[in-house]
Each structure stands twice: as structure tokens, then as C-alpha cells.
Design a protein around this ligand. Structure first.
Ligand code: CA
Length: 205
């Protein structure tokens, strides 16, 4: 009887470890909302672009106070747009405002490492990329650069990511994603213990 009770306890512990570990693994999905800038843009107008400000935010994103960004679409007068995305973000907007940009707050796990990935196109420009306390700058990316990856570690349960025009014009980004990098050793250990625990339970039956 006692042994049976112990086994139940062990099984529960093993299960909780396994479920917890699987929960973290399941988080290996994109945390960014509307990272491809295809949602909630409405009509892009005759010129093929639309302006977004703090007063008229874009789905999933907060436009920074100095922000005056535009979403650019296919068929716009900006003919340099490549065919692959139908819409993308120009951080400097029509007015080419320095400090213009967008922000999004993500639910993260403190201590977890994440990969921030995005497409960058910055003709005579400079894009500041932020994730928590990490900062990177991409300048004069005159050829569209796809899937650039920046790795950061979250300090808390929420992390702000932001993209800001620091100079020049045509500071474009698209396909922004943040995905948990390889699970932490502690997570892998919990997963391993969970599997071992279940295996032991089966064998003892
Ligand atoms: Ca897009």
C-alpha cells in the first residue's frame, strides 16, 4: 500500500516535470503578433502605402511617440519592393522621421534565450533593433537581407522589442519573429527526468 502510494507520488512528480518541460518546448513558436505586417492595415490607398501613428496604431504594434511609420504594399510607387512580401514596414515613414518606430511587448520566460529574426532593407539608412536590454544597429543594408537573426536572453516575464529609424530613408523590416532558442539545460533535465520517471513506473508494474 505504502509502495503504491509512493509510486503514485513519483508518477505525479514525473508527469508534472514532463508537462512543464513540454510546455516550454511548445513555446518554441513565434511570439510576435503581426510580424509580417499583413494584418489590420486596411486599404493602402492609391499610392500603395498607409501611415500609422500613436493615434492610429497597427495591429499588434505600438507606434512610438515620435513615430510616423508606413506600411508599404505591392503596387506602390516604391517599386523596389520585391515580390515576396505583399506588405512591409517602413520605419522612417513618408516624413523620414528620425526616432520613428514601433514596439511590441512579448510574454517571455526569464533566463530563456530567444532568436529574434527579421528581414531588413535600409537604403542609406540605419535601423536600431532592440530586445529587452540588447541593442543592435543595421546600417546601409542596400540589398534586401532575409532572416537576419539576433539572439537575446529575457530578463523577465515580459520583453519589449522595438525597431527604430535612426537615420536616412527607406528603413524597411518584415517577417519579424521571436522564437525560443534551444531549451535550457534545466528544461532538458526536467524532460529527461519525466521520461525516466514514466519508464520506471511502467517497468515496476
Ligand atoms: Ca509582409
Amino acid at each position: 500500500m505504502t509502495q503504491g502510494l509512493d509510486m503514485t507520488m513519483n508518477t505525479k512528480l514525473a508527469m508534472s516535470g514532463l508537462v512543464g518541460a513540454l510546455g516550454v518546448l511548445a513555446n518554441a513558436q513565434n511570439l510576435v503578433t503581426n510580424g509580417n505586417f499583413e494584418s489590420g492595415t486596411g486599404s493602402l490607398g492609391a499610392n500603395g502605402w498607409a501611415t500609422f501613428t500613436t493615434a492610429s496604431p497597427l495591429t499588434g504594434w505600438t507606434v512610438l511617440p515620435t513615430g510616423n511609420v508606413i506600411v508599404v504594399g505591392q503596387g506602390s510607387t516604391f517599386t523596389w519592393l520585391t515580390p515576396s512580401p505583399s506588405k512591409e514596414m517602413d520605419l522612417s515613414g513618408v516624413a523620414d522621421t528620425v526616432g520613428s518606430g514601433i514596439k511590441q511587448t512579448l510574454a517571455t520566460v526569464a533566463g530563456q534565450t530567444y532568436d529574434l529574426k527579421l528581414d531588413v532593407y535600409s537604403v542609406t539608412g540605419s535601423i536600431e533593433i532592440n530586445a529587452g536590454s540588447s541593442t543592435w544597429t543595421r546600417t546601409n543594408v542596400s540589398t534586401r537581407s532575409l532572416g537576419e537573426t539576433f539572439t537575446f536572453t529575457a530578463n523577465s516575464a515580459s520583453t519589449d522589442i522595438s525597431f527604430i529609424s535612426r537615420a536616412g530613408i527607406w528603413n524597411h523590416i518584415d517577417n519579424v519573429s521571436v522564437v525560443a532558442a534551444v531549451p535550457e539545460p534545466a528544461t532538458m533535465a526536467a524532460l529527461g527526468l519525466g521520461v525516466v520517471g514514466l519508464f520506471r513506473r511502467k517497468r515496476s508494474k
